[in-house]
Design a binder for this molecule. Sequence first.
Ligand code: 5GP
Ligand code: MG
Ligand code: MG
Length: 183
Amino acid sequence: MYDGDIASVLITEQQIKDKVAELAKQVDEDYRQGGDLLLVGVLKGAVMFMTDFARALPQPAQLEFMAVSSYGSSTSSSGVVRILKDLDRDIAGKHVVIVEDIIDSGLTLSWLLKNLNARNPASLEVCTLLRKPDAVQVDVPVRYVGFDIPNEFVVGYGLDYAERYRDLPYIGTLDPKVYTSGV
Ligand code: 5GP
Ligand code: MG
Ligand code: MG
């Protein structure tokens, strides 16, 4: 699949699986007393993580999805966010966990946290599979982090380049030829 496009595998399918199980166990322990756990997946990047995470989670959770687009180039975000698809339901009084694929500048997430907080959830936390170095500088509270990765553009397991590679079961870096050949 995608022969020759992937320069290196950064995180294998098995490593993802183990980490998802570990995060799910952590969240389960933290939310044991709470009740009404609601996962908000951010489309489309978090889809694979969201569905695996929900299945690994020992306790019931409701699933909601939101789609946002941040203005900017395809590889970096500006912090100006537009809602493409809003939640279907009210989150007031619910214990909400935002499920994200990756935090880079943290601008998208920072906006999302403000937006969802205004809807009065009982609690609001973030669970991201990946985090890049820049994110550490932004004052965004992220309770659950799968992997801290280097500042490289990655694809796979939900993450795309020009809508491709989301269906890879692992996370890898792209061969530079992909950016330059204009596919
Ligand atoms: P932030 O607002 O944190 O800078 O941007 C987060 C969004 O940028 C992610 O949800 C994702 O869509 C995109 N993004 C940031 N880094 C990467 C990356 O390495 N690979 C891919 N495919 N998308 C990324
Ligand atoms: Mg995302
Ligand atoms: Mg993308």
